[in-house]
Design a protein around this ligand. Structure first.
Ligand SMILES: Cc1cc2nc3c(=O)[nH]c(=O)nc-3n(C[C@H](O)[C@H](O)[C@H](O)COP(=O)(O)O)c2cc1C
Length: 326
């Protein structure tokens, strides 16, 4: 086996394969399975502010005897919220005890106050790093792209100020200028940029004539946007890029590393093939390195980044002219 050791956000990892945040990492057992199967690090299931709020509301609605006593309700809701936060902090500490690989906690909040409160609590949770999962649905026609981005960066800046742990942001590609947004996060001192997140999307069930969720785990992953932006940004920013979305096999993982990713996250592949996919992908990367005489990840990492290739335009332009030639 070749040496697959690398560093991501200053964390030493035995290989560049990271289990992405999902129910696969919602308990210490899943995290241990990931380590045993060969993952280099794990991102825990996110704590969602919306989930805390909805579970807190459900608890309040189920509680008897308050009869509109708002003073009691305030106390009750903060106790319930605290309980869910504690539950997540407990997951971090159990996961840390269960494994030697780095454990990355993940937060998804919608309000600025919650971001800052949660981030502060995770600072001392024992996690090795923190991944922020941030997404503002740009569905308000009164808000411009600039105004929405301002919301992202206000929270980003304040969070960075209070967190001394390695900190990453997991972004979607729904920005007019992805390059500008990614660079700003890096300039704010973020250690890692996870590009990109993939969301549950609505669909329509034509038999029930109703709105439903689309199938989240697609049979085949589409990695093309991830690859393009990894290649275009890896030489431009100080932060490490962790490629995510569509990475199902060793071939795609190798492509991301060649494009300049310091690490890759895999999620759907594990739902489809089991945790063992990590060991298989790691040994196939090693075989490929041996065939190409690369003795370390550093020997080929970023070789095909935009700034390194002869014709950098190849990462930017779609080749419609060629395709349309009769
Ligand atoms: C069932 C499921 C649950 C997920 N839960 C989370 C989550 O809690 N937080 C998060 O940041 N991403 C979550 N994700 C997104 C994944 O971490 C990942 O970004 C996405 O699946 C794209 O990567 P993939 O193509 O390797 O699956 C979830 C994905 C799946 C399939």
């Amino acid at each position: 086996m070749q040496n697959l050791e690398t560093t991501y956000m200053g964390l030493k990892i035995k290989n560049p394969l990271i289990l992405g945040s999902s129910s696969l990492s919602e308990n210490a057992d899943g995290v241990k399975k990931a380590e045993d199967a060969g993952f280099g690090a794990v991102v825990l299931k996110s704590i969602f502010e919306e989930q805390i709020i909805s579970e807190t509301n459900a608890d309040i609605n189920g509680a008897e005897g308050f009869n509109g006593r708002n003073d009691y309700l305030d106390v009750f809701s903060s106790v319930t919220k605290e309980r869910y936060l504690e539950k997540y902090l407990d997951l971090v500490s159990k996961a840390k005890k269960a494994v030697d690989i780095p454990v990355i906690a993940s937060i998804n909040c919608t309000s600025e106050s919650a971001w800052l409160e949660y981030a502060k609590r995770f600072q001392d949770s024992g996690a090795d790093a923190l991944e922020l999962n941030c997404y503002i649905m740009a569905g308000n026609a009164k808000l411009s792209g600039d105004q929405i981005e301002k919301q992202y960066f206000e929270v980003a800046e304040k969070t960075r100020q209070i967190i001394s742990l390695p900190l990453s942001i997991k972004l979607s590609w729904h920005f007019t200028s992805i390059a500008n947004v990614v660079k700003k996060y890096s300039d704010l001192g973020y250690d890692g940029i996870v590009m990109f997140n993939h969301f549950f999307r609505p669909d329509i069930d034509i038999e029930k004539v109703s709105v439903c969720s689309s199938r989240f785990i697609q049979p085949k992953g589409d990695y093309s946007e991830t690859l393009r932006w990894t290649a275009m940004m890896s030489g431009e920013i100080k932060a490490d890029i962790c490629s995510s979305t569509g990475i199902r096999d060793s071939e795609t993982a190798i492509k991301m590393l060649l494009a300049g990713a310091k690490a890759v996250q895999m999620t759907s592949a594990v739902y489809q093939q089991g945790y063992e996919v990590a060991g298989k992908v790691a040994s196939e990367i090693s075989e490929w390195m041996e065939r190409h005489n690369y003795s370390s990840i550093g020997a080929f990492n970023g070789l095909l980044a935009q700034e390194k290739i002869e014709n950098p335009q190849r990462w930017e332009r779609s080749q419609y002219m060629k395709v349309n030639r009769f």
